[in-house]
Design a protein around this ligand. Structure first.
Ligand code: ATP
Ligand code: MG
Length: 190
């Protein structure tokens, strides 16, 4: 299986690049943000809990997220050629749990971080907010999401730098440029 983990700040383009990779390599794209939003829109009790967290720009508790990913791995279709994780891990504890989940299943993964400057992240999210209908693409919530990113998610990069395989690409350019860089890492490891 070809498994890819894309990390990066909110608005860094994980979703866009994941879709391109999923198409090229016929992989299963799992976006935690999309999964949480689907639950939110279902109107379930859990969805309401999630909504309260997401609309404030905070993170859903690790235990819930880890259970979600574990469940995803437990229910992969037999034909699955590989997966792309988009939006997980977002904390060091999630990264540690993911390492265990992969090891338990004897799976490898390529980890790639998308690097984008903060100003550009904000511009992208504000632009997306004009059409996305996402309650968290607003100036106040974006500010909180970036704060949470610096406090809780940025340490994930350091964790992978120390403990595993880590590659990064410049995500500031055009979608195709970023994709070419990612694709080279996936194909040739550099
Ligand atoms: P991008 O624009 O790069 O696709 P994003 O950060 O804008 O990413 P999502 O990945 O869709 O947006 O996440 C939206 C929200 O869902 C987060 O702000 C957070 O509240 C919640 N969420 C998603 N993944 C996780 C996770 N692994 N742990 C905790 N909360 C999560
Ligand atoms: Mg996304």
């Amino acid at each position: 299986m070809l498994n890819i983990i894309l990390i990066g700040a909110p608005g860094s383009g994980k979703g866009t690049q994941s879709e391109l990779l999923a198409k090229k390599y016929n992989l299963l794209h799992f976006s935690t943000g999309d999964a949480l939003r689907a639950e939110m829109h279902s109107g379930s009790a859990l969805g309401k809990e999630i909504e309260a967290i997401i609309t404030k720009g905070n993170l859903v508790p690790d235990a819930k997220m880890i259970a979600l990913i574990e469940n995803f791995f437990d229910n992969l279709p037999a034909t699955c050629k590989g997966v792309i994780l988009d939006g997980f891990p977002r904390t060091v504890d999630q990264a540690k749990a993911l390492d265990e989940m992969l090891a338990k299943r004897k799976l490898n993964a390529v980890l790639i971080e998308l690097l984008v400057e903060e100003k550009e992240l904000i511009n992208r999210m504000l632009f997306r907010g004009q059409t996305s209908g996402r309650a968290d693409d607003t100036p106040e919530v974006i500010e909180q999401r970036l704060r949470v990113y610096h406090e809780q998610t940025a340490p994930v990069s350091t964790y992978y730098l120390k403990h595993g395989q880590y590659s990064a690409v410049n995500g500031m350019g055009e979608i195709e440029d970023t994709f070419r860089q990612i694709d080279r890492i996936v194909e040739y490891g550099c």
